[in-house]
Design a protein around this ligand. Structure first.
Ligand code: HEC
Length: 636
């Protein structure tokens, strides 16, 4: 039984050589009459049974002649029109890992089999395929489940539910692969997010049932520039070679589930197996989002288009793409125009289907030089002719999180050749994303001015874009509407601090600390604000508390390091600053501060190394420039 499971997985990734050998044809069997055992079974085993077997979400099995024979005509139809096996991209894309596609010959065989009476053929024993109990990648390092099962009530419409899973990890782990098992739950697809804040825990169970409603949470993140999504037939989700993602201790997993209710109540409690890598890998990939600023589709529109373009500031290697729209999405095109003017298709989906969305990882990563422009163009069909349209008759549809709203996102996963390029790209895309987030949140704020979560998100986005007075206004409004969120008060405190309104910042941060005394980032912000206000002793207490709550908080080491430095307590300062650098090796500020302290302590060579690293990461870092000038001046 276990071995069968493993074999099936191998077949699903396209090892066509391992399907049962066709039976020898006898002389009186015309070549034009395919049989189940000789011709059809190998196709079904290799391309259909990954999903069409027990426990994999397809509505019926396709394992035996008895399963397939009554459906011969239907099988011929859905394979001829490319509905099955489900795979959205056109064949002229660069090739992707795990493509599900039949060859024209295979499609013709299934059609001829149906047309010639769906013969059984020689009685070949078929592999006994069953829902496998074995994990495809062997014994996992950690198996997690939501603590309680969510009872999916019977019904018609799609249900989006997020289940929160806490881990008992005592150290950070690096995840190289995830295997997902839906159990008997009708899970259409699942996306794994991380929450480093307590936001998802706070929402968990608030409506009296496990988890919380909606598509994605606010405050959740994708794991370290990876997209971890599962759908039936998907198999294990393995990270790009040498690039595991960090699962920090204390971080919650938030499993976003798209559920299709049936006629009876269904228990939903999937299992997730995690496989650890030995340690962190190369630089984490960067996940970058392209999207239209606004979506506003008139009722009845058949070809509403959105588009976005981005010109790369550095050379990159594109690992994967994840396009996303809801039920109205139609045609998706992604092209790259290289600096020499040549153009290539990165992805073309002629007919989008919300049901079969997934991420697409290139078999060979695509190198794109600096100056390449990536352009996306998605179209939408909001007419009656769109079978998936959730509104009958059609209504105007705008951007939003509900499945009946629309979306048009393209996530791109990049790696760069150096950490300097990585920092440049990160800076560029963060600024760009903040602008896009603001546009979307402002649109939501126009229709729902009292949406507290959206106002907080808008405020945080304003902070990221450096629009501090507007940030203070949005966050103040959010706190006025709901003063119980430590997170919003923490953000408001941070924004007030940036606006130079330090006493007001301290008041907000003290309230945030009262609401959540165990949050390191609140203690950190409070400590920093108190220090700035000249209340050094209170500030030191808060910073110490931040470090006690999270010893791996890089900035919380930097801050006391600088404070101790200012008081001339060199060895202690250097110890903190070294820790800050170890925890945030890509932080120019951390390297610059450590370099400064080492220079002061007379450790010139090591000081120079860190200052140079700081300047490589951020050539505009003024403190590092000054320190470098001073150190090099001293040599002359
Ligand atoms: C990735 C999983 C997956 C694979 C691979 C797959 N199917 Fe399906 N199939 C499904 C699911 C799920 C449904 C239910 C309908 C839906 O959700 O679209 C389905 C529905 C069907 C239907 C019913 C269609 C209808 O109109 O009701 C047929 C017939 C079918 N599949 C045949 C096949 C054949 C033949 C293959 C292989 C060539 C195949 N499937 C491969 C998941 C899969």
């Amino acid at each position: 039984m276990l071995a069968v499971g493993a074999m099936l997985t191998a077949l699903s990734v396209g090892a066509c050589t391992r399907v049962p050998a066709p039976a020898a044809r006898t002389e009186n069997t015309p070549l034009t009459t395919p049989t189940f055992s000789a011709d059809v079974a190998p196709i079904l085993t290799g391309h259909c049974a990954t999903c069409h077997r027990p426990g994999q979400g397809a509505p019926f099995n396709l394992l035996t002649y008895a399963d397939a024979q009554p459906r011969a005509a239907q099988i011929a139809k859905v394979t001829s029109n490319h509905v099955m096996p489900p795979w959205l991209p056109e064949p002229n894309n660069p090739s992707f890992v795990g493509e599900r596609r039949l060859s024209p010959d295979q499609i013709a065989t299934l059609r001829r089999w149906a047309e010639t009476g769906a013969a059984a053929g020689a009685d070949l024993p078929l592999p006994a395929i069953a829902a496998s109990e074995a994990w495809a990648l062997g014994k996992p390092d950690l198996v997690l489940r939501p603590p309680t099962s969510f009872g999916l009530p019977p019904g018609e419409g799609d249900v989006f539910r997020n289940l929160v899973i806490r881990t008992a990890l005592v150290q950070d782990r690096f995840i190289r692969a995830v295997e997902f098992r839906p159990g008997d739950a009708p899970i259409h697809h699942a996306v794994l997010h991380l929450d480093r804040t307590a936001a998802s825990r706070g929402r968990d169970g608030k409506d009296g049932r496990p988890g919380f409603e909606g598509m994605g949470g606010i405050g959740t993140q994708e794991p370290d520039g990876h997209f971890v999504g599962w759908a039936p037939g998907r198999g294990p989700i393995v990270s790009a070679e040498g690039r595991p993602w960090r699962l920090a201790k204390g971080t919650d997993l938030v499993l976003e589930l798209h559920l299709i209710p049936g006629a009876t109540q269904a228990p939903v409690q999937p299992t997730i197996a995690l496989y650890f890598a030995d340690g962190p890998g190369a630089d984490a990939p960067l996940m970058f989002k392209m999207a239209a600023e606004r979506i506003d589709i008139p009722a009845g529109a058949t070809d509403y288009a959105i588009s976005d373009r981005y010109t790369l500031p550095v050379d990159v290697t594109l690992l994967s793409l994840y396009p996303h729209a809801h039920f109205l999405g139609k045609n998706m095109q992604v092209h790259a125009t290289l600096p020499d003017g040549t153009s290539r298709t990165l992805l073309h989906i002629p007919q989008w289907s919300f049901h079969w969305q997934q991420d697409y990882r290139y078999s060979t990563p695509v190198a794109l030089p600096r100056g390449t422009t990536i352009a996306m163009r998605f179209t939408y069909d909001n007419s009656d002719a769109n079978f998936d349209n959730p509104h009958r008759p059609p209504v105007r549809v705008v951007a939003g999180q509900r499945s009946t709203d629309e979306m048009g996102n393209l996530l791109l996963q990049f790696v760069t050749a150096s950490s300097v390029d990585r920092s440049r790209l990160l800076e560029d895309v963060t600024a760009r994303e903040a602008v896009a987030n603001i546009a979307r949140a402002e649109q939501i704020a126009m229709t729902s001015p009292d949406d507290v979560e959206n106002l907080t998100f808008l405020g945080v986005s304003y902070v990221e874009a450096g629009r501090i007075p507007e940030a203070v206004a949005a966050l103040t409004r959010s706190v006025e509407l709901d003063g119980r969120s430590w997170k919003t008060r923490n953000e408001l405190g941070g924004a007030l601090f940036k606006a130079g309104r330090v006493p007001e910042a301290i008041l907000q941060l003290q309230q945030a600390a009262r609401l959540n005394p165990r949050e390191a980032s609140v203690q950190f912000n409070l400590g920093k604000a108190l220090m700035t206000a000249g209340r050094a002793d209170e500030g030191a207490v808060a910073l110490t508390r931040a470090l006690a709550l999270n010893p791996d908080f890089a900035e919380a080491h930097d801050e006391p390091g600088v404070a101790l430095f200012a008081r001339g307590r060199m060895p202690e300062a250097i110890a903190h600053l070294r820790r800050a650098v170890a925890l945030a090796p890509d932080s120019a500020v951390a390297h610059s501060d450590l370099g400064g302290a080492l220079a002061q302590a007379g450790q010139r060579e090591e000081a120079l190394m860190h200052i140079r690293k700081a300047l490589a990461l951020d050539p505009r870092n003024t403190a590092a420039r000054e320190n470098l000038a001073r150190l090099q001046g001293g040599r002359r």
